[in-house]
Design a protein around this ligand. Structure first.
Ligand code: ZN
Length: 227
């Protein structure tokens, strides 16, 4: 006997529809974490299913990125699974796209010393940001119990994506969000946030995956986003 899905308001599209549970961040990042430790938010089926391709892209890319601080067990494990995923016959297109974007890039240590070259994946950071934006929208609901209402939207960027020119905005945001408490799920995901007191839907978010890739994001009125 199948259970009828509860009907309610979707966190993302705000439509009143039968609801599913959307995992934020995507479930594929947490193979060994018990389900009750993961965060879910109510989402309609079209939204939930619509995220699948971007979620796969996100997981493959984040897990294959080089750790900044030595080896990271979970990233290595996820990279193994990602590579197995790419070796499925159905994944030929994805595998080719990955190889086409792989090139030798110079590596510098944190002290700025040249450390040879490595294979680096030239990631489409904009596409990764789409998933990070959704995670922020979900976390906003998870932490405030309120849906982010239009015209407010979540926008994010990977810290690697900043140039020296826009570095100033970044430093300002980081100085606000960095001192906030950190919530972690295993050592796979960590987030911090700050809600502005004079603008109830405005907030700043910092998301870190596998201790290697960090996104900074804001919830603002669509026209106020500067990125
Ligand atoms: Zn929806």
């Amino acid at each position: 006997m199948s259970r009828r899905a509860k009907t309610g308001t979707c966190t993302y599209c705000h439509q009143h529809r039968p609801l599913t549970r959307d995992h934020i961040p995507p479930r594929s990042l947490f193979p060994k974490i018990p389900p009750d430790k993961l965060i879910t938010v109510p989402a309609c089926k079209p939204c939930n299913e619509g995220f699948q391709k971007d979620d796969d892209y996100f997981w493959l890319n984040i897990s294959l990125r080089e750790p900044h601080h030595g080896d990271h067990e979970h990233a290595t494990d996820a990279a193994q699974r990602a590579l197995q995923h790419l070796n499925r016959p159905a994944a030929t297109g994805a595998r080719q796209a990955l190889l086409d974007n792989t090139e030798r890039t110079p590596v510098y240590t944190t002290m700025g010393l040249y450390a040879g070259t490595r294979l680096a994946y030239n990631t489409d950071l904009d596409r990764l940001s789409k998933t990070a934006n959704r995670i922020i929208t979900g976390l906003y609901y998870h932490t405030t119990k309120k849906r982010l209402q239009p015209p407010y939207t979540a926008k994010s960027r990977a810290l690697d994506g900043f140039t020296t020119d826009d570095n100033h905005d970044l430093q300002t945001l980081l100085s606000i969000v960095n001192p906030q408490p950190i919530t972690t799920i295993g050592d796979i995901f960590a987030y911090q946030y700050h809600l502005l007191t004079d603008d109830l839907q405005a907030s700043i978010w910092l998301l870190t995956f596998y201790q290697t890739t960090t996104f900074i994001g804001t919830t603002l009125k669509q026209q106020d986003h500067t990125w």
